[in-house]
Write a protein that binds this ligand. Structure first.
Ligand code: NI
Length: 178
């Protein structure tokens, strides 16, 4: 079932989400939630969705990168995966700026600098502990999605407010030339 994506201003987006109860992983309720998040993400045409964005205040997110070209630029493909109670460890503090968008902040883009080499630890949809390193754009995607679990939005991290743009103006004035 496609759920409504809540938008900036809704208080749930500003809550620190609760850990997802590990004993519920694999339950009917869990599987329905993940399936709903998958359908909602697909319908919205996004690459990541955190549970708080559908007003479910738990530490859970889904990511799927189907096209190597996105509004984020060139990006590695990532098969659909569920990230339960994820944790980010920065491996290298060196940051780079990337234009980000968010399904909860429709039509806007903003330039955000984040570390570009991180490790992610999480529980998958089978209840297994997983760990991987991510670099570049993928590192940004993880940080953006998991920020949602801490009540943070990318606009909180914009340091240069001249680099906020509507999508059309971004494409006209800020997108790198092909
Ligand atoms: Ni977002």
């Amino acid at each position: 079932m496609i759920r409504q994506i809540i938008r900036m201003g809704h208080p749930t987006l500003r809550q620190f989400a609760d850990p997802y109860p590990q004993e519920k992983i694999g339950s009917q309720e869990f599987r329905e939630l993940v399936e709903d998040m998958r359908e909602t993400l697909d319908d919205a045409g996004g690459i990541g969705l955190a549970a708080p964005q559908i007003d479910v205040p738990y530490r859970l997110a889904v990511i799927e990168i189907k096209n190597s070209q996105s509004r984020y630029g060139e990006i590695p493909l990532a098969p659909f995966a569920t990230y339960v109670n994820p944790k980010i460890t920065v491996i290298n503090e060196d940051a780079a700026g990337i234009w980000e968008g968010c399904l909860s902040i429709p039509h806007l883009m903003g330039y955000v600098e984040r570390p570009q080499h991180i490790r992610v630890d999480w529980i998958n949809d089978q209840g297994e502990s997983q760990s991987m390193e991510a670099k570049g754009l993928l590192a940004t995607v993880f940080q953006h999605e998991f920020d949602h679990l801490n009540g943070k939005l990318y606009i909180d991290r914009i340091t240069d407010t001249t680099k906020i743009a509507f999508e059309d103006e971004f494409l006209t004035f800020h997108s790198p030339p092909e």
